[in-house]
Write a protein that binds this ligand. Structure first.
Ligand SMILES: NC(=O)c1ccc[n+]([C@@H]2O[C@H](COP(=O)([O-])OP(=O)(O)OC[C@H]3O[C@@H](n4cnc5c(N)ncnc54)[C@H](OP(=O)(O)O)[C@@H]3O)[C@@H](O)[C@H]2O)c1
Length: 297
């Protein structure tokens, strides 16, 4: 197992998968020293401190706070939220980590990462991967598909209101690769503690591949109520997401992602990375919904 302090960014956990929080908890439970990089001190950082993490407050976009945070660490978990600023945050972390002698950086990106990827955020992810690799800091990439948490966030309010799923996802035969953020965090923790990880390597993470009709049927089964999918136009979805507080960067990314998902021809398969690096078989969507969605109606 790799020794030394691990700097975990996004450690408080936010609105998406809370992967930084989960990585911190997994590492601490394994006796790995964690320096938790938090955006602000609050009850979440108090909880991390109680679990044994060293807390450092900072901002991805503030060079000197990142520079201080990487001093003396051997590895970094980098997960920049889906908001504007990824490339600046990448350059800051790459420079600070290189100067501090970091030898491993595991970064969280999306499943598709290439110059021709369908969303602007995925194309930024590709550039971010390149910058980390040039920095010579042992960068490797966890490429995760859509989190179950994201599907829950997108559907919870309308299912609770009237049992509807309102999304621009095409027909109910549209196929979507999904994963539990908990499994993604287990893969990242496995890479952070592995004896060796090839620089520039990447790890796709898919926990289950479901048609939209299977997602709806899962909600019906677990919640024991009727649930119906209704396709809505892209613009209606965008307007709704913005009014719910999603930032413009996330809405642009997700809108392009939905367009690509409903027109894709690619076949997806569950990856072996969760079993091999995360130490157990993937959590199913049904198990996730059973554990996490309050029953109503
Ligand atoms: N959601 C998906 O379906 C999905 C799928 C594949 C990959 N991903 C990738 O997963 C990553 C998101 O990770 P996550 O789910 O762990 O995110 P998350 O739960 O939203 O947590 C984001 C964390 O970042 C912190 N943060 C926000 N702005 C910051 C700043 N300027 N400086 C320092 N910290 C800041 C937040 O702190 P505060 O809450 O205190 O602001 C929070 O702790 C993204 O890179 C995304 O591309 C997501």
């Amino acid at each position: 197992m790799k020794k030394g302090v691990v700097l975990v960014t996004g450690a408080s956990g936010g609105q998406q998968g809370r992967t930084g929080r989960r990585v911190s908890e997994i590492l601490l439970a394994r006796g790995v020293p964690v320096r938790a990089f938090v955006h602000r001190l609050d009850e979440r950082s108090d909880q991390l401190s109680a679990l044994g993490a060293e807390i450092v407050e900072g901002d991805f976009l503030d060079y000197h706070s990142v520079e201080r945070a990487v001093q003396g660490v051997s590895a970094v978990y980098f997960a920049y939220p889906v908001q504007a600023g990824l490339l600046e945050a990448t350059a800051i972390m790459a420079d600070a980590a290189r100067k501090a002698g970091v030898t491993r950086l595991i970064d969280m990106v999306m499943l598709v990462s290439s110059p021709d990827a369908p969303t602007p955020r995925m194309r930024e992810n590709y550039l971010s991967e390149q910058v980390f690799e040039w920095a010579g800091i042992g960068a490797a990439h966890v490429r995760a598909t859509v989190f179950y948490e994201n599907v829950r966030a997108l559907t919870a309010a309308t299912i609770a209101r009237d049992g509807s799923v309102l999304l621009p996802w095409g027909s109910d035969s549209t196929v979507i690769p999904l994963v539990a953020a908990e499994d993604v965090a287990r893969v990242a923790a496995g890479l952070l503690t592995s004896p060796s990880v090839p620089s520039g390597s990447s790890y796709p993470v898919i926990g289950e591949v479901l048609a939209l009709r299977d997602i709806v049927a899962t909600f019906e089964r677990v919640l024991a109520r009727d649930v119906r999918y209704r396709e809505i136009p892209d613009q209606a979805w965008r307007d709704g997401a913005l009014s719910q507080g999603y930032n413009e960067h996330a809405v642009e990314h997700l809108s392009k992602l939905w367009q690509s998902i409903r027109t894709q021809t690619r076949r997806y398969e569950v990856t072996d990375t969760i079993g091999k690096l995360g130490g157990r078989e993937p959590i199913t969507f049904e198990a996730f919904v059973s554990r996490n969605t309050p029953r109503s109606g």
